[in-house]
Design a protein around this ligand. Structure first.
Ligand code: HEC
Ligand code: HEC
Ligand code: HEC
Ligand code: HEC
Ligand code: HEC
Length: 400
């Protein structure tokens, strides 16, 4: 039997336990914070935008969902299912862009809340109230979530869906914030630039844009209006069609003498950023083939891969170590070269073909998400799409 003192002690212990557990539930998922609202809650009314987003790399940006990011994250940082993970004694910077909601909560176990594994979700972008820039006032970089200010109570919209002067969003507070939601500011915290721990620039779309003279609004290309709504598919390297939009490849030929055919291929970058831009291992290569009258292949610009035997036709970012050997992005200490097309650049590739049986020429440009040497890291059949060299442009010429 318990006496009165014991039972009141026990009941206050229960009260305390109850308080602690409900408090930690609040910490784990406070539904009143906009940042913890799942994309599935927006899906009810914004179904089309939801499906576009769901198939995009933004919805698949975490180490648990993107196999390429996952491979690097596991190697450089550790398991995305571990809490209190540190990289060099610090909170892993990757999460600031690849798992923004976890970064806002300072968590590293991406299974702790479903919204952590939603990656760059609706409320990540639609709660940004200000862009502070990626340079810290005291020097160094502030990236991803650190580059922005957020609202945890009101959605930020472009203001273009208000049907009356006193329009209100049916379930959330909404602020029309075109300064952020209609400009590059909404993208630049995550897409400006990033360096590895040796201060070697890895991704630098922002710097590339800054050097370009033309139109610089990301949204005009990356978020076009489709069927009357702003498209949220955010196509990039994972769509060969999108990459193909950036390149116009043309070809001319002439006989420099009776037996030598001189061929010129022009590669014109249509974009205000590099082609290819983004992750440092994206690359494009071109192969030229000559056919005789019967359609038989009689000449090839490359016997193996242009990276080995036709370097002019290889558009890539070369990262290296101190000895000048090729190095992966996390380990690179220097840039050995950069043959990607600069904003709006036109590059000429020249070939001299010692064969006068050629009746037709075909140039094919391919895009790869990863460099040839990295492909063996993705042996699984379901990752075939990530290591396939996709055709992004073709040009043909009858030789007369
Ligand atoms: C109950 C239905 C409903 C839900 C749930 C809902 N919305 Fe909306 N939202 C609307 C309607 C209706 C509009 C008006 C125009 C339209 O259909 O796009 C709108 C408009 C918007 C706009 C444009 C505002 C502007 O300034 O032009 C944004 C941004 C938006 N919603 C984001 C979200 C997000 C993010 C979520 C989830 C967190 C969400 N909505 C959930 C119904 C909803
Ligand atoms: C919170 C950070 C963040 C914001 C804000 C953001 N992005 Fe991204 N974006 C990412 C990350 C991370 C990836 C890479 C996901 C991956 O491949 O793992 C990505 C990928 C992309 C891709 C590449 C898709 C592909 O096929 O590889 C494009 C294009 C893109 N973003 C454009 C934009 C544009 C335009 C904006 C502004 C409207 C924007 N992003 C805002 C973080 C962000
Ligand atoms: C990468 C950032 C980003 C993400 C992620 C994102 N949005 Fe948007 N969204 C924008 C931007 C930027 C605009 C405005 C573009 C413009 O008006 O040019 C926009 C526009 C909208 C609009 C207005 C549509 C229209 O036709 O004018 C709605 C509604 C909306 N978003 C809902 C959502 C929902 C729901 C999700 C998640 C399923 C989502 N957004 C995810 C950046 C984002
Ligand atoms: C004129 C149209 C256009 C504009 C403007 C534009 N882009 Fe792109 N972007 C493209 C095309 C086409 C591609 C595919 C080719 C490539 O990957 O370089 C692309 C690719 C990308 C990728 C994919 C990189 C990867 O690794 O897969 C990102 C990220 C990106 N753009 C971000 C931006 C940002 C941020 C802005 C604004 C500062 C911007 N773009 C402005 C057309 C454009
Ligand atoms: C400043 C934001 C930011 C940070 C920080 C960041 N990334 Fe990324 N990451 C991106 C964006 C944006 C892309 C998409 C390609 C592009 O535009 O560069 C990307 C793409 C990648 C890719 C290629 C994914 C694919 O689908 O091909 C890998 C791998 C990657 N990041 C690894 C990492 C690792 C590992 C870290 C941490 C050590 C990290 N990233 C930190 C923004 C970031």
């Amino acid at each position: 039997m318990m006496n009165g003192k014991q039972s009141s002690l026990l009941s206050s212990l229960f009260t305390m336990l109850f308080l602690i557990s409900s408090f930690s539930n609040v910490l784990a998922e406070d539904k009143t914070l906009l940042r913890h609202v799942s994309a599935t809650e927006c899906k009810t009314c914004h179904e089309e935008i939801y499906s576009q987003w769901k198939a995009s790399m933004h919805a698949n940006s975490t180490a648990l969902k993107d196999p390429i990011h996952g491979a690097f994250y596991n190697a450089v940082v550790g398991s995305p299912e571990q809490e209190d993970l540190k990289k060099g004694g610090k909170y892993p910077v990757c999460l600031q862009c690849h798992a923004p909601t976890a970064a806002k909560d300072g968590k590293t176990d991406l299974t702790a809340l479903p919204v952590y594994n939603e990656g760059v979700n609706c409320v990540t972008c639609h709660t940004i109230t200000a862009f502070k820039g990626t340079k810290k006032p005291e020097g160094g970089l502030q990236l991803g979530m650190k580059a922005y200010e957020f609202s945890d109570t009101s959605l930020q919209g472009p203001g273009t869906n208000h049907t009356s002067p006193n329009w209100q969003h049916p379930i959330f507070q909404n602020t029309a914030n075109p300064a952020i939601i209609k400009t590059n500011a909404v993208c630049m915290g995550c897409h400006d630039k990033r360096k590895n721990s040796n201060k070697v620039a890895l991704c630098q779309t922002g710097d590339e844009i800054a050097k370009s003279a033309g139109t610089t609004n990301c949204l005009s290309c990356h978020m076009p209006v489709v069927n009357g709504k702003v498209d949220h598919s955010l196509m990039g390297g994972h769509s060969a069609k999108m990459v193909g939009k950036g390149l116009v490849m043309t070809m001319t030929s002439s006989f420099s003498d009776a037996k030598t055919l001189a061929v010129s291929i022009k590669l014109a970058n249509q974009l205000p950023h590099n082609l290819p831009t983004g992750a440092p291992f994206r690359n494009i290569f071109v192969k030229l083939t000559g056919f005789d009258k019967e359609g038989k292949e009689v000449w090839q610009s490359s016997q193996s891969h242009p990276a080995k035997d036709d370097k002019q036709a290889m558009l890539m970012y070369h990262l290296g170590d101190d000895k000048g050997n090729a190095a992966p992005p996390p380990k690179a200490t220097q840039v050995l070269g950069d043959t990607r097309l600069k904003p709006y650049e036109t590059r000429e590739l020249k070939y001299s073909l010692a064969n006068n049986n050629i009746a037709k020429l075909r140039a094919v440009a391919y895009y790869d998400l990863v460099l040839p040497g990295m492909k063996k890291k993705f042996p699984k059949p379901e990752h075939k799409g990530l290591i396939t060299s996709n055709i992004i442009a073709v040009t043909e010429l009858e030789v007369k």
